[in-house]
Design a protein around this ligand. Sequence first.
Ligand SMILES: [Zn+2]
Length: 220
Amino acid sequence: MEEEYTFPFFQGDGFNCPFCGVFAHQDWYDVSLENANMNKENDFSNDLSLSYCDKCRNYSIWIKDKIVFPQPSEIPLPLKDMPEDVVQIYTEARDIFHSSPRSAAALLRYAIHMLMYNLGEKQENINDVILDLRNKGLDVKIQKALDSVKVTGDEAINPGQIDPKDDEDMAQVLFNLLNLIVDSLITQPKRVDEILDSLPDKKGSKKKDDEFLFRAKIRE
Ligand SMILES: [Zn+2]
């Protein structure tokens, strides 16, 4: 899942787009200025330029050699299968990551709780939810990682609460972990279903049995 990230740079031929996050070719434009009040000839700004992403077809705004909109982030975008309410919090954390990594970490712990309660069936407390998710295929390594970043376990921080010890590294791990849970509990099972649905002669109850075996096999 780890990919190299090329930060947007002035007049760059290609970089990770601040809109879509994808590494894409960029076209560059000078900006023509038209004075709204006076009937003067059009002029070009020396300071203002735009980069245009080949992939998502959005324009980013630059002043001199600095990008001013949107604010680029090396934090990966939320995975496509992440539920919408969790995406909103993830995106908020992504927007404030550089100015306040501690706030981002607090939001992300909250988002991870929200995601796990969304996915689990037993809702009494987070430990029950985790147990339930283990049965649904949550990797024991992810469970251990959640303990070590204080989402769960003896040292857990209440979701949404600030931990003064948090820093950028901690927030980055939490972003990755959130995407990893989505991948493991939503995207992967969906892929398995897609593969099973594409089998030509597996229909009816036999298909269900095969599905069960196939899932068990993948999670070994
Ligand atoms: Zn783009």
